[in-house]
Design a protein around this ligand. Structure first.
Ligand code: BDR
Ligand code: CA
Length: 317
């Protein structure tokens, strides 16, 4: 039987863990990546876009790239160059890039175009957002009709417990809490299907040194990962590197990794101590109907098997 590939848009800010997530998606024969949109986050928009082009060149994939927001909606930009390096992807000597992959439209327009073209063909698009939610919030506020062409919005962001950017805030939501709030408010109002892989599952999706060594010898992309891993400060090479963004792809390709709960999620945008915190109301204190599905736990063994096998099977020409 021939299965139709799931059509996705990836909104991203590469970023070392984004680089791994992009490869997992682009080499999957179950996914049809229609567009990659970039957003300022781990480093500037110019740098994350250049990083996306570097990856596509190494992967030998011709996917359209749309440049998006240069800064968050309201707050000043923060970055994570302490985690990913000055370039956002330090550690590997990438070759030249093909700038012609960049489309003329802003990411908001490009996202809208992909979704509306698919609505015309009675088909829906899954968006995987693994950076700050600025582009997504702008797209759904500017063109609310696209909400009905979104099969599912899968987000890496937020935290059930403590944060990695503020005491209670995870980096992607802390970067642009107003955008994150718009997304969850939209889910409440419209019923848009939103699934979250929060920080907590990423903290358990670890790559240990022995796996890094195996990955290095799998293929040229594994070798590239290895060199990035040596510079990545999301965890440590010796005690485990955190594959946050790969969890969002794992949720689509290997959902059996996760324990999932339907719950209400809101984002703190006014708290003086807790800006960017995700309020994930698992015990329904707020008496609000669920607006999201949240991956509350991960089976590390299933994740690891899927992760290693996927990289080993990258089909490189
Ligand atoms: C998120 O922050 C970024 O640094 C990572 O790429 C990931 O998307 C984890 O909090
Ligand atoms: Ca990211």
């Amino acid at each position: 039987m021939i299965y139709e590939k799931r059509k996705i848009i990836i909104d991203t800010d590469p970023g070392i863990d984004d680089a791994v997530a992009l490869a997992l998606a682009l080499f999957s024969d179950k996914l049809d990546v229609k567009l990659i949109s970039t957003v300022s986050g781990n480093v500037s928009l110019e740098k994350v876009t250049l990083n996306t082009l570097k990856l596509l060149n190494l992967f030998d994939k011709n996917i359209p790239v749309a440049k998006g927001s240069t800064r968050p909606l309201i707050k000043k930009a923060i970055d994570a160059s302490d985690i990913h390096g000055e370039t956002g992807m330090d550690g590997y000597d990438f070759k030249q890039v093909d700038e012609s992959l960049i489309v003329k439209q802003h990411a908001v327009e490009a996202i809208r175009n992909v979704i509306t073209e698919n609505i015309a063909n009675n088909s829906k698009i899954t968006i995987v957002a693994i950076g700050p939610l600025t582009n997504i919030a702008l797209a759904i506020r500017t063109y609310p009709e696209i909400i009905y062409g979104i099969e599912e919005l899968v987000i890496m962001g937020g935290s059930l417990g403590r944060g990695n950017s503020g005491v209670l805030s995870e980096f992607n939501f802390d970067c642009d809490a107003e955008a994150a709030k718009i997304v969850f408010d939209t889910a409440t109002e419209s019923g848009m299907k939103v699934t979250v892989t929060p920080l907590d599952v990423g903290l358990k999706a670890l790559v240990y040194p022995e796996e890094s060594e195996q990955i290095k010898n799998m293929n040229i992309i594994g070798d590239m990962f290895y060199h990035l891993f040596k510079k990545y400060r999301g965890g440590s090479f010796g005690t485990g590197l955190k594959m946050y963004d790969s969890c969002a792809i794992a949720y689509i390709l290997c959902p059996e990794c996760f324990t999932i709960e339907r719950t209400y999620v809101d984002i703190e945008t006014t708290g003086t101590l807790t800006y960017g915190a995700s309020i994930i109301d698992l015990r329904n204190y707020m008496k609000k109907p669920a607006n999201a599905r949240v991956c509350i736990d991960i089976n590390e063994n299933i994740f690891k098997q899927w992760f290693m096998k996927s990289i080993a099977e990258f089909n490189i020409n």
